[in-house]
Design a protein around this ligand. Structure first.
Ligand SMILES: [Zn+2]
Length: 416
């Protein structure tokens, strides 16, 4: 045993080599994770407890910038601002679960009657399922995310202590903790224990080091707050949020600002190795019946926000400056009915679109489909095509700043 230190010392050169190679591996890995559109990091803005100031003050500010946050709700608090929360849902804010009773360690005097030390995995499972049911009854939203009240992840005490992370993993796609020291490593993180860094009571200058920390490793920074206002305890400052959003929306800063659910889906898709969308669309030709399917999967989305959403097989985040294009080749002359397969919320419907097929154009307005989750198919016009190659482009006919055009799944050309 006594010779061990000497051996270690004498092989110092080898150790140095090992240390270097592991650093190189780390730095090689840091840029390998592919955020959408070449972005460098992801940021999610999250808020807990369904505090009234979120519904009355904060969410309207997020809506102003067309930013979607993640809101972890306690159902009893939702009832106090029900109309505000319905508006939040309509605006596309992500609604998530924060339990019924907000149980934390009984060391907090207010949590003594609902102390995690007195919970079991079973009682926690029942409570979180109940919270989901109550939120669904109030807002017609099925929660896919959860935030651990107080960031505590245990139930029971002493030798009977258990983690309730497995309970959360069983019910939800994501679970966020609280007051962590760093952002999430997308290639590695456990979706049931995502880190959350506190943004309450801070100016933008105090948030910047967290952004830089995420940027150094291409990571996913989840910021967590409570009240939304300017002063007071546990308050995320609106002035900070405005600066942060403007910074994140400046393309040169390479930030993907999106709710937890959307980032988690992207991370899992990327990790699974399935390419979300082809980098260059494949050449589309008519099928044996002469019909042409210009499907989102075969198209190329270009623009500031557009993103292929594998779970819907459609392009979303379709703003006034985004477009989808396809390369089409037709061998014979044909006349076609043109159908659009799309979804849109009632609030976002009604914007004019244009479909260009070479030098031919079909225009219209995006009709209501019922919701973002409901896709519809409808005839938008007719076109005749001579043999040849075409660039087909779908885009907004008139530019607009905020909001979305539609989710686009397919343009169909049905031979007449
Ligand atoms: Zn809370």
């Amino acid at each position: 045993m006594t010779s061990t230190p000497f051996k270690l010392f004498s092989s110092g050169l080898l150790l140095t080599g090992l240390v270097f190679s592991s650093i190189e591996t780390a730095s090689a890995q840091k840029n390998t994770f592919a955020w959408p559109e070449g972005k460098k990091i992801a940021i999610s803005l999250t808020f807990d407890d369904a505090r009234a100031s979120q519904a009355t003050t904060g969410i309207p500010v997020l809506n102003e910038y067309n930013v979607k946050g993640t809101f972890y709700l306690v159902p009893s608090a939702v009832k106090m601002q029900l109309e505000g929360w319905k508006k939040a849902v309509a605006a596309g804010q992500e609604i998530a679960n924060h339990s019924v009773n907000h149980p934390c360690t009984g060391n907090f005097p207010w949590s003594r009657g609902k102390a995690l030390e007195d919970y079991t995995q079973e009682s926690m499972h029942a409570e979180l399922t109940e919270a989901n049911a109550q939120i669904f009854n109030l807002l017609r939203v099925k929660c896919e995310g959860f935030a651990y009240p107080c960031g505590n992840t245990f139930v029971g005490r002493g030798v009977n202590t258990k983690s309730y992370v497995p309970v959360v993993a069983d019910i939800f796609a994501t679970g966020r903790t609280w007051r962590n020291e760093g952002p999430n490593a997308p290639e590695f993180c456990d979706m049931a224990q995502l880190t959350g860094m506190e943004m309450d009571g801070r100016d933008f200058e105090e948030i910047m080091p967290m952004i830089e920390q995420a940027r150094a490793n291409g990571q996913w920074l989840i910021l967590a707050g409570h009240e939304m206002g300017e002063n007071g305890p546990q308050t995320t400052r609106i002035s900070m949020l405005r600066k942060l959003i403007q910074y994140a929306q400046d393309p040169k800063n390479g930030i993907w600002l999106a709710p937890v659910g959307a980032v988690a889906k992207h991370v899992l898709t990327t990790r699974s190795g399935k390419t979300p969308a082809p980098e260059h669309g494949s050449l589309v030709r008519p099928d044996e019946k002469g019909n042409i399917s210009l499907h989102a999967e075969a198209g190329v989305g270009t623009g500031p926000k557009i993103k292929f959403m594998p779970e819907w097989k459609a392009f979303g985040w379709f703003t006034g400056e985004d477009k989808v294009s396809w390369d089409l080749e037709v061998a014979q002359k044909g006349n076609y009915e043109v159908l659009l397969d799309w979804s849109v919320s009632d609030e976002s419907a009604g914007k004019p679109f244009i479909l260009e097929l070479g030098n031919k154009k079909i225009t219209g307005t995006v009709a209501k489909s019922g919701s973002w989750e409901t896709f519809k198919e409808k005839k938008i016009g007719e076109v005749s095509l001579a043999p040849g190659k075409y660039k087909v482009v779908f885009r907004a006919a008139t530019p607009f700043k905020n909001d979305a055009l539609l989710d686009l799944r397919e343009v169909k050309l049905v031979a007449k």
